[in-house]
Design a protein. Structure first.
Length: 369
């Protein structure tokens, strides 16, 4: 626990300054669709709302999944009414059950996540296992977090804790008000994040301080934080492990490859990985030069290429999902990020599927057991 104290105003990620919904015109020179993207028939009603890139529609809400080699057919376990996304077609049948089903004999409790939204305008996701739920980051207004939770049928009162990765507004914008509206919700964050997050006195008093390398247990989850290179006070990534042994690895805002971080991320089932920008789009884009330097610096954000180059170290046989996180609307395209990561997984011979997130919509549940 930490004593309550006066804190400084929250730092703001400079990439938030851009108008919401800003887009980058398509440049035909970009290889936009080296990985085919399959849109299941049940989702074709949303085709009209999708941007068309390189002649092929790209869905902006995660209701499809991708493998490095070819579009994945609909899972025989999945129907349009299911609330959870299917696993990769390459995943063994024993790994998958619809979220509403019971456990098979001897099976460990499943873990599933839904990303409420991700990008420079806000980031948050829910991880659930065995009836317990964590909210990781609160980068939207309290009201918007509530709306997005409702869309995935989660009541705020059912959350066991709020974990904050760092104090930039796109990760903790709604934290203070959300904890005031849910006064029993504990907050877990590093001392540096708590000093900059501007939480209310009660939330700050009840907060638990996370320290890099020191695991913390809450509501059946084991959280192992580790420091990341980013221009915040004390930013962290984390491995979140369930009582049944399912493991999720998180690298949200990270300027460059870190031996410390990558060493913690081996043997995860789900990897939430920042793929913030395409270097060419950043270099030729509309941002002022100092902001470009900040984003591309060792304490800025991870590019598609660096994420892809370092992914094979983590692409073991256990990995089932790579969730692309914090994509810039101005300096990236979903197809570019998916292509880079998909090609990397293919080179590593890893069967994991690639899942795209969206700034404006929650994803369906992604589940592993």
């Amino acid at each position: 626990m930490i004593p309550c104290r006066s804190v400084a105003p929250s730092a703001t990620d400079p990439t938030e300054a851009l108008p919401p919904g800003r887009t980058v015109p398509h440049d035909p020179s970009y290889p936009l669709d080296p990985i085919p993207i399959s849109i299941p028939p049940a989702n074709r009603a949303t085709r009209a709302a999708m941007p068309v890139l390189g002649g092929a529609p790209v869905q902006t809400v995660l209701d499809f999944w991708i493998t490095p080699s070819s579009p994945v057919p609909l899972s025989p376990h999945f129907s349009p009414g299911d609330t959870a996304a299917p696993p990769p077609a390459s995943a063994p049948d024993a790994l998958w059950m619809p979220a509403e089903g019971g456990l098979r004999a001897g099976a460990r409790p499943p873990m599933r996540i839904s990303v409420l939204g991700s990008g420079s305008g806000g980031n948050a996701f829910v991880v659930e296992s065995g009836g317990s739920r964590l909210l990781v980051d609160a980068g939207f207004s309290s009201r918007e977090i509530g709306r997005r939770l409702a869309r995935i049928d989660v009541e705020p009162a059912s959350l066991a804790a709020l974990v904050l990765t760092h104090e930039h507004a796109d990760h903790c914008r709604g934290a203070a008000r959300f904890t005031r509206r849910n006064p029993l919700l504990p907050v877990l964050a590093t001392a540096g994040t708590l000093a900059g997050a501007r939480l209310g006195e009660e939330a700050a008093r009840r907060a638990t301080v996370l320290r890099s390398g020191e695991p913390c247990e809450v509501a059946g989850f084991r959280i192992e934080p580790f420091l990341l290179p980013h221009d915040a006070r004390e930013p962290i990534g984390a491995v979140i492990e369930t009582a049944g042994g399912c493991r999720l690895g998180l690298i949200a805002d990270c300027g460059t490859y870190s031996h410390l971080a990558w060493a913690r991320l081996h043997d995860v089932d789900i990897l939430v990985l920042e793929t913030n920008h395409d270097l060419d789009m950043l270099r030729n884009g509309p941002y002022p030069w100092p902001l470009k330097q900040r984003i591309a610096s060792r304490h800025g954000h991870l590019s598609n290429r660096e994420a892809a180059d370092r992914l094979p170290e983590l692409a073991g046989g256990r990995l089932r999902w790579v969730v692309l996180y914090h994509l810039s609307r101005t300096n990236n395209l979903p197809a570019l990020a998916a292509a880079a990561i998909g090609e990397s997984l293919a080179r590593a011979g890893c069967p994991a599927a690639v899942a795209l997130t969206d700034q404006d919509h929650p994803t369906p549940w992604l589940e592993v057991t």
